[in-house]
Design a binder for this molecule. Sequence first.
Ligand SMILES: [Zn+2]
Length: 310
Amino acid sequence: MKKYLFGIDIGGTSVKIGLFNLKGNLLKKWDIITNKEDLGKHILDDVYKSIKYQIPNLEEVDGYGFGVPGPVVNSKIIKCVNLGWEDYDLISIFSKLVNNENILVENDANVAALGETLHGAAFGYSNSAMLTLGTGVGGGIIVNSKIIDGAHGAAGELGHLHVVKENGRLCNCGNYGCLETVASATGIKNTFIELQKNSNIDSTLKDKEHLSAKMVIEAAKKGDVLSLEVVEDFTYYIGYACSILSIITNPDIIIIGGGVSKAGIYLLNKINHYFRKMMFEPVKETKIVLAKLGNDAGIYGAASLVKNDR
Ligand SMILES: [Zn+2]
């Protein structure tokens, strides 16, 4: 009898594995190390062994959903630079291992958006978008409870919206002035360093070692003028990105997640302030909220991909 679903979120350093019942409730979760040797060809084997250890009778498993760190189009992985995968046919490789056909794969930021929509911050809504502000900036767009991949798997890659018009910093993607260069943890830190160099304003963080985005935001909350300038800068850009998003797919709700979102309501109020200044009047009901599931969003979303009744 089928009893379980698996949600598997493959990252560059670890693979998060979630065991769910058929209703989509999380029963158990654990991590394994991502073995990237030999162009990542051991990763799926390791996942299989770990699953088999927990559920020896794989006949009880109804399906396996995956999130991977790279673009996916029609369940085909185009490229995962972090893992060494290119044109990688995860579905046929894994289906042979587990002898199961109910396997689906999507981009990791997209499954996180799906997880937050079906089980987290956007529960009850079917049209949403998520911005994940971490080391980089990721995103995902959900329409009618389904992930939008687009023609090249780039739909929802909100970190690469071109937002800084002049003198933008170089982004990991090779362009200049992407949202990621200003609104990621790294971007926030870089903006502070840049401003400090070009300004006479004093700051409590002046010449601090191991400067982090968190320190900048905390200092801004306490009234540090230079840090506040940085916070106004990146929340403006996020508000701008939200205003663009809000008229492209017109989501009910925009979810802000990732490490930077731990700044909480303080951050949300600033993003909302700029969003409301720039938005198109008919989208004024659009809500902007904080993510709820943290690192579990990916496994929830991945399992949802293969859940029968959604
Ligand atoms: Zn970029």
